[in-house]
Design a protein around this ligand. Sequence first.
Ligand code: NAD
Ligand code: UFG
Length: 330
Amino acid sequence: MAVLVLGGAGYIGSHTVYELLNQEYDVVVADNLQTGHQGAVHKDARFYQGDVRDTEFLDQLFQKESIEGVIHFAASSLVGESMTNPIKYYNNNLYGTMVLLNMMIRHGINKIVFSSSAAVYGEPNSLPIREEDPKEPLNTYGETKLAMENMMKWTSKAHDLQYVALRYFNACGAHSSGYIGEDHSPESHLIPIILQVPNNKRDKISIFGTDYDTKDGTCIRDYVHVTDLAQAHILALQYLIHGGKSDSFNLGNGVGFSVAEIVEHARKVTGYDIPVEKEHRRAGDPAVLIASKTKAETILGWKPAYGDIDTIIASAWKWHKAHPNGFKEV
Ligand code: NAD
Ligand code: UFG
């Protein structure tokens, strides 16, 4: 029986495929390559190019392959774009999940692990954020992730289907093999943007907001290594295989770093001066997001191995330095 990874050509999906193969799973990848890269797909995975919203495509895939469980990363995930083009997010994230669940039910596939986000919480009332805290998304992207969770919840009550929603905080870093890493275009995430400076791709970075109510005025986030995220997906799948009930889990290290601190660590790791300019706040940014990881540790047995921020940045730097143009040169 194989594991189907939807969105397995993307950043977090491709790392999960590598870890699944390391642990000797049989892996099938489906991706429409809208933001993913064929070069990111491990050669030992069976790759199908297609869209999760395409009923016919999924029907044929489920007939051809014997799938035990699905790990679903395929989504649109730019917060800013979700505010200017909300319909795109409802279409890809919600309609895509709807088609997928329908086809899973039709084919009797009853286990799914999928990407949710810290964006479901909005501005937290208390820290660290626990899974049962209020969910008040500040943007369409977070709203569609919350709606995906709710679609799973009601569907699992009506059908033989169990799910795990994994709410990632800030995914970062790259695989230790050096073969895969983060390649988004446009890039919006802080660490790869910072690393464009030592890679001669930009002169300086902008710090969005220096007047937040934090120790140095810049936003605080919980940075979690992509390989630790990958391991959590495998643990979640095992949890479902062993009869675990549907649930949602935070994935973060439980430690916050400010934007200014991340820049400082990147200077230390790369040995380059990284000039910064102060910019206005970016719309929709909560001041502080830090996860409580207790639930994932206790129930899934998750133990992040790459929690040290310098290790995380060094792994990203290794990839970006060796692949200044991302997967294009593969
Ligand atoms: P990504 O864009 O690198 O990967 C998504 C993959 O899904 C891409 O390969 C893309 O081509 C594919 N895809 C998108 N829509 C598809 C469709 N309709 N049919 C088939 N394939 C499709 O993104 P990522 O950073 O790896 O994020 C993966 C998931 O994790 C997303 O669901 C995202 O919302 C979520 N997430 C990411 C972060 C983060 O910090 N990167 C944080 C929280 C949640
Ligand atoms: N930032 C800058 N300058 C930049 C880029 C980012 O100052 O050039 C700041 C942002 O304002 C924010 C922090 O760096 O304060 C981190 O920003 P990212 O864009 O890297 O990440 P976000 O925290 O905005 O969002 C990420 C994922 C979302 C997810 C969220 C949950 O992209 O999918 O984490 O925490 F929902």
